[in-house]
Design a binder for this molecule. Structure first.
Ligand code: ZN
Length: 435
């Protein structure tokens, strides 16, 4: 229960990827890990922990071992969730009486649950300083906007299915006529500067939904952004709880922009992870051969939530390779390797979970649906190490309010901690030795 409450308060404090990364960075700093920047020279010491952010929306943390940095144990998750982003020219007027905000989709989301609930704004603002530009995070943190439904009387057929148009149906009501010009004012105020000093911003709508524990025995959690802050937070928790590594580097990566294909400078399809690994090798004086040997002996858990069997639509999932909330860590398989798990990485993780008594289950899409991709295979194209895709079973993925299992959180944190504490050496190709 304590874990669940901690997760839910982390999610509430993290309305955007920027806030999630700030909260993760704060926790890392509080634990004694040192903040690095990409622009400085890195001096790394054995036995010490570090972290570096990119774009303030992705973060990589790592613990240098006392002994040899002969492998990496990497957990990756994502910081972003689908939402609506406010356009640069942010306001729209309707018949001179209403002021709306002009928004567009970020990622693929379910539209319907965004209607008829209080929404707010959060993100980052670039402000003018005496000698340049600086980033400030903002969160308006009050019930501010609504995307109102059309009344049933004006759309009698809506319950037979409706095609939403993002430019027409999804604009949130911001205020009356007098709200004109208010958006910039609000953002500047939240950033603590005058309107002229706002030089740029990335502002998103977020739902003002209070996370809740529900179900007959409190067995489910309902919250925005469970995909993927649940895995990001679990990774952080495990990273902080893991034993100080004697050998091998523990790494936690939380990447932005998974929901839009990861192809940004800070996404999983960037060189961020590769760059950090290279710089660790350089700072520790490793030879190129040492670095290759370390990569060969490394494992990555790509952690992103999975689809539980839907109570109203069990037919949407495979008859046997289907997963349920509260039944353990989900290991995802896909023959086309959109999920990276294969016999080797599955065997490695099965052994680890069995040795530690942690429940797990297996997911594959129905053979007639393509399903979604995630970070693992994208990251693998830059840093080629043994990877498997895991997650926790949840309902209503990409709704502004999702449902997951309360018990699963503990399984994930324990499984990830066991992963960080595992010592695996490479034998011949296809052979792994557990110390
Ligand atoms: Zn996800």
């Amino acid at each position: 229960m304590e874990l669940v409450n901690d997760l839910l308060s982390f999610i509430e404090k993290s309305p955007t990827a920027f806030h999630a990364v700030k909260n993760i960075s704060d926790a890392l700093e509080a634990s004694g890990r040192k903040r690095l920047t990409e622009g400085e020279k890195w001096e790394l010491e054995a036995g010490k922990g570090y972290f570096v952010t990119r774009n303030l929306s992705s973060v990589i943390a790592f613990d240098i071992p006392e002994g040899a940095a002969d492998s990496y144990r990497v957990i990756a998750a994502h910081s972003d969730s689908p939402a609506f982003k406010v356009k640069e020219n942010a306001e729209l007027s309707v018949r001179g009486k209403y002021t709306q905000l002009n928004v567009e989709k970020y990622g693929g989301m379910l539209f319907a649950p965004w209607f008829d609930r209080p929404l707010s704004l959060a993100g980052r603002v670039l402000v003018k300083t005496e000698n340049g530009i600086k980033t400030r995070l903002v969160d308006i943190d009050r019930d501010l906007l609504v995307i109102p439904n059309v009344a049933i009387h004006m759309n009698r057929e809506i319950n037979d299915g409706f095609k939403y148009n993002a430019q027409v149906d999804m604009m949130p009501l911001f205020g009356s006529e007098s709200a004109k010009g208010g958006y910039k004012k609000l953002i500047a105020e939240a950033a603590g500067v005058s309107e002229e000093d706002v030089l740029g911003c990335d502002i998103f709508l977020y739902p003002r939904i209070k996370p809740a524990v529900i179900g007959y025995e409190g067995e489910f959690i309902m919250s925005p952004r469970l995909d993927d802050l649940e895995c990001a937070w679990s990774g952080l928790k495990a990273f902080l709880a893991a034993k100080k590594p004697e050998s091998g580097v523990n790494m936690l990566c939380v990447f932005d922009n998974e929901e839009v294909g990861s192809g940004t400078k800070q996404g999983a399809d960037s060189t961020f992870l590769y760059d950090v690994m290279q710089r660790i090798a350089i700072a520790l004086g490793m030879s190129a051969e040492d670095a290759h040997r370390a990569a060969a002996a490394s494992f990555m858990l790509s952690a992103d939530n999975a689809h539980a069997v839907h109570p109203n639509h069990p037919e949407k999932t495979d008859a046997e390779n289907c997963v349920f909330m509260n039944e353990g860590i989900v290991i995802k398989f896909n023959a086309n390797q959109r999920y990276t798990t294969d016999g080797v990485s599955a065997a490695f993780f099965h052994k680890l979970l069995k040795d530690n008594g942690i429940p797990f289950q297996h997911f594959a899409n129905r053979s007639d649906v393509p399903g979604g991709g995630t970070l693992g295979n994208i990251s693998g194209s830059h840093v080629s190490i043994n990877t498997l895709d895991i997650g926790l079973a949840q309902l209503a993925m990409h709704s502004p309010c999702e449902t997951a299992g309360a018990k699963d959180l503990g399984y994930m944190v324990s499984g990830m901690e066991a992963f960080y504490n595992a010592r695996v050496r490479l034998g011949e190709d296809g052979e792994f030795l557990f110390d």
